[in-house]
Design a protein around this ligand. Sequence first.
Ligand SMILES: N[C@@H](CCC(=O)N[C@@H](CS)C(=O)NCC(=O)O)C(=O)O
Length: 205
Amino acid sequence: MNHQLIFYTHPRSRGRTARWMLEECQLSYQTELMEYGTTMKSADYLRINPLGKVPALQHGEQIITETAAICAYLADAFPAAKLAPPTSQRGDYYRWLFFAAAPLEQAITHKALGVTLSDEQRGFVGTADVAQLADILAGHLATREYIASDQFTAADVYVGSQIGFGLQFDTLPKLQVLQDYWDRLSARPALVRAAELDDALIPNN
Ligand SMILES: N[C@@H](CCC(=O)N[C@@H](CS)C(=O)NCC(=O)O)C(=O)O
């Protein structure tokens, strides 16, 4: 698939995770910088993402929104990067990608907003207490280097980003296993490169 990649993002957004994934794949791509409230809500961009949110990725005729989906898509579209396990061994890969995209993200968001759900509401929304989710992640990561296989995959990009942001913004408990995992990931050259590219786009940085 030799199509042009167009990456719609803002340097202070979940787009940082998608850029990390693009850099892990060592891809050339065009960055379209979108601004909150203006170009993100323009008619042109709403044709890319009707939610008017970033990140989004255009690859030929494919348009992908949702950061977890962008990570999974790139791993499949560019197999040379070896960022997805073989199809028959994707149990942990899908499990933890979706765990981070749904219950974990919901719980982190509730914590950031100071929203406390009743037990009944929690059952309905399909998430749990952020401390319980952090314990589950830490239990899984206690005996392994990477989340979904014995090698680094796109699931580490996405789950790792959620953990990294959670530790940075105090929305996840600072468990040593999570900190150690994040320390291992944040030393990766692709993440360092992605962060430099995004930071350079932040005015007065
Ligand atoms: N579920 C989406 C969420 C995307 C999202 O909420 N992006 C925020 C920035 S982190 C955004 O673009 N907000 C702009 C707005 O809602 O106007 C994902 O995982 O990519």
